[in-house]
Ligand binder design. Sequence first.
Ligand SMILES: [Zn+2]
Length: 287
Amino acid sequence: MWQVQRHKEYRQKILHLYKPLHQDLYSMHPSAFFLPTFLEAVRTNTEESLASIMTEPTPGVFSFAMLQPNFCDMLLEEVENFEKWVHAMKFKIMRPNTMNKYGAVLDDFGLEAMLNQFMEGFIAPISKVFYPEVGGGTLDSHHAFVVEYGKDRDVELGFHVDDSEVTLNVCLGKQFSGGELYFRGIRCENHVNSETQHEEMYDYCHVPGRAVLHRGRHRHGARPTTSGLRMNLLLWCRSSVFREMKKYQKDFSSWCGECQREKKERQIQCVKATKLAFLRGGGGGMI
Ligand SMILES: [Zn+2]
């Protein structure tokens, strides 16, 4: 509880003292933030219109061109401005999560309301269609941050799952090589360390302005950014309804790759046992 209180005070102090560089970022301006193709698809809001702008390179991972280059630049400059300010103020910056030592939580310096509209207006319509089984239709909170990879920053990120139902990951720039996002199958809590099947392996190369959307439980990591500086916007979208329901569920075969595999295995065993019983019962040679 002490940490929660401390974080609340930290956020309030910043909100009170920090002067934004780009005021335009702090309220939602869809046509300035999003590419026309993306906006059109979300406004039409049908499964067909959304699917038309997306690729699904591996099951459950969707990629699409999303952000205006100018929005990416403004957000990068705002984050850099905030970090400079935090440094000048001799504040101890709170980093995005337990794994990233560089980057900043966007919700901490005034972007929370805009990012909430970002999620509700532009991510929820997509996740409702593509991730209904993990609470994609009932997203109600978020954690938004920017991560920084490169020289004098984080280099890579180990294999993990996110504390989210649905994660949006958008590359903001700048120039870099490496830093591919690798995927290793979707797993429930019970199976988070189970083996990866060959067909579950997929590597994605970041392109500035382009988004990747995946379930939080889709295991992934980031390969080393070998040169330059790479910054990505992460929006962890959560559903309190899904988290509550999950407590009473044991079978996650609608989305967990390992639950699915076990279920299939059980069915095969069941068919085998039935056949065997039939043979033993003198059923004849029809099998
Ligand atoms: Zn499972």
